[in-house]
Write a protein that binds this ligand. Structure first.
Ligand SMILES: [Cu+2]
Ligand SMILES: [Zn+2]
Length: 185
């Protein structure tokens, strides 16, 4: 500790370092999130229900959704910025999650919002399944979707129209929370 002559300063530095190490390795350490879930609920009495899970898979996140009660056809499927369902018609969910301030696109486009997951496609009975590995959303860090929302739209997302893909009204949503279950249970 050459150069630090003030014993009080030395004590302060030692205390701070010990505190930092304690935070990282002590009982306060938290396991990184590897699974998240959103329970889908209807907006505007749409009757739509379902579950969307997000599972860490390598450096990406696998999204698995099973939704019922949809009008047959394609529906925009997005992560929105806020996990706040207080306002009617889903207005408080904000716009598409877009931390890098880019333009709207499709899930495989280089230029897209982080929240752009493409479309769900419902069959004649109103059931849609979606299973895709996404390399842009994350369960931690700047692109973390935890505490945000999944939103299903009335119409198809054309991947071009700004800012939302021309997909119309919000017809269902779910808040994304940390999952308690191992995948498969
Ligand atoms: Cu959306
Ligand atoms: Zn978008």
């Amino acid at each position: 500790m050459r150069g630090i002559k003030n014993p009080l300063l030395l004590l302060l530095i030692t205390t701070v370092i010990t505190g930092l190490v304690g935070c990282v390795t002590g009982p306060m350490a938290v396991k990184p999130t590897t699974k998240a879930v959103a329970v889908i609920q209807p907006l505007q009495d749409s009757g739509i229900k379902g579950i969307v899970t997000f599972i860490q898979e390598g450096s990406g996140v696998r999204i698995v959704a099973e939704i019922t009660g949809l009008p047959p056809g394609k529906h925009g499927f997005h992560i929105h910025e806020f996990g706040d369902g207080t306002a009617a018609e889903g207005v408080s969910l904000g716009g598409h999650f877009n931390p890098a301030n880019t333009t709207h696109g499709g899930p495989e486009d280089q230029e897209r919002h982080i929240g752009d997951l493409g479309n769900l496609e419902a069959d004649k009975s109103g059931r849609a399944k979606y299973n895709r590995l996404d390399t842009r959303i994350a369960l931690h860090g700047r692109n973390s979707i935890i505490g945000r929302s999944v939103v299903i739209k009335e119409k198809v997302d054309d991947y071009k129209t700004q800012p939302g893909g021309g997909a119309g009204q919000r017809i269902a949503y779910g808040i994304i929370g940390i999952s308690s279950l191992p995948f498969g249970e």
